[in-house]
Design a protein around this ligand. Structure first.
Ligand code: GLA
Length: 383
């Protein structure tokens, strides 16, 4: 089964945009293995927009740009597969992609065939230049069927930015993950706007299909296509380079809510602290929990907001996310998460990031969270 748990990988767009080629993809695939990302669970190497020629060939097929990919896409796919990784590509439900390359509208079956013949395992499917009189749900369904007809298991990653409430229908048409917001940029404001906009929209998360909060910006530190150095349109007041605490806030939320984890930084050259965060096995284990349950909000503090995620094996996680510019000390009433005093139970909590014992609580769970940061506790009930 595809996407039993949230898909994990790396995508070219956030850092490289149109600056992509065979060498970058192969080096990044190498880095995925060499730098421990594969061991941590990351699997897909995904080429986003800007990989093709501006026109189809005489048979109506998409053509990889021979300057960027001189040996063709099958060659790249074979290399990625030789490392035990999976290979992803990009197209669009509209007539052109967002960067004005040919889209798959009315070419769904021929394009799915082309991707299958190259050995593609994952298709990100965008929404630019979608004809105004066309039916969005029907066109995503058409590509979903075309992928099924291709004879290859291809994970379907839809990206329609939340148009027509995709959380209500993407699972039903066979999609494995769906973007539900506009594009992320590498600022604290962007990441918190995205996560807050989706709080009510995780209920259809579960094995087989996940709400996708967009590619991670963790470790970009202002550089690259969606970094503040290149994104001139970002408002001045939002233009500060995120700190590692802010990236923890981002990564931990993506982990807790069960978003796919698609890295967007340059995995060949991550800072040590970003690498450590992205490969944190305890945090990833929360994201990859086999029951894949949606999060639920815990009543309490509004600047440092907490959520509950039920886990397999009788455990659960509490994640607290601090937007304040100072450390917060919050208290969660145990009865708010179904553990009243007369239950006679205590909560034994482990700090997910460090793996260390955090405390044993009854009645009140006391959590401190650094400024702009986050903490996830993995908990079990004891007598
Ligand atoms: C859209 C998507 C992005 C990226 C670009 C490529 O904006 O939302 O994630 O794929 O197109 O042009």
């Amino acid at each position: 089964m595809l996407a039993q748990t949230p898909p994990m990988g790396w995508n070219t767009w956030n850092t490289f945009a149109s600056n992509i080629n065979e060498q970058l993809i192969m080096e990044s695939a190498d880095a995925m293995v060499k730098n421990g990302y594969k061991d941590a669970g990351y699997e897909y190497i995904v080429i986003d927009d800007c990989w093709s020629l501006r026109q189809r060939d005489e048979n109506g097929r998409l053509v990889a740009d021979p300057e960027k990919f001189p040996h063709g896409m099958k060659h790249v796919a074979d290399y990625v597969h030789s490392l035990g990784l999976k290979f992803g590509m990009y197209s669009c439900a509209g007539v052109r992609t967002c960067a004005d390359f040919p889209g798959s509208f009315d070419h769904e079956y021929i394009d799915a065939q082309t991707f299958a013949s190259w050995g593609v395992d994952f298709l990100k499917y965008d929404f630019c230049y979608f004809p105004s009189n066309a039916n969005c749900k029907n066109r995503y369904l058409t590509m979903s069927m075309a992928l099924r007809a291709s004879g290859r298991d291809i994970l379907f990653s839809a990206c329609n930015w939340g148009v027509q409430e995709p959380w209500n229908w993407m699972r039903g048409i066979g999609v494995h993950m769906y973007r539900s917001t506009g594009d992320i940029v590498d600022t604290f404001k962007s990441q918190t706007d995205i996560l807050e906009s989706q709080i009510g929209n995780f209920n259809s998360n579960g094995p087989g299909c996940f709400n996708d909060l967009d590619m991670l910006t963790v470790g970009m530190f202002g550089k690259g296509n969606v970094g503040i150095e290149q994104c001139e349109w970002i408002k001045e007041e939002d233009k500060s380079i995120p700190t590692i605490e802010m990236y923890k806030h981002q990564f931990m939320f993506w982990c807790l809510c069960g978003s796919p984890l698609m890295m967007g930084g340059d995995i060949r050259n991550m800072s040590e602290e970003a690498h450590k965060l992205l490969t944190n096995k305890n945090l990833i284990a929360i994201n990859q929990d086999e029951e894949a349950r949606p999060i639920t909000r815990i009543p309490g503090d509004n600047t440092c907001v907490s959520y509950l995620k039920m886990l397999s094996g009788g455990e659960f996680a509490i994640g607290s996310f601090n937007k304040a510019s100072f450390e917060k000390h919050i208290s969660i009433l145990a009865e708010e998460i179904g553990i009243p005093a007369n239950s006679g139970m205590k909560i034994e909590a482990y700090d997910c990031e460090t793996g260390e014992h955090y405390g044993t609580f009854a009645d009140i769970i006391r959590i401190s969270v650094e400024k702009f940061g986050a903490r996830i506790l993995r908990c079990k009930l004891v007598k």
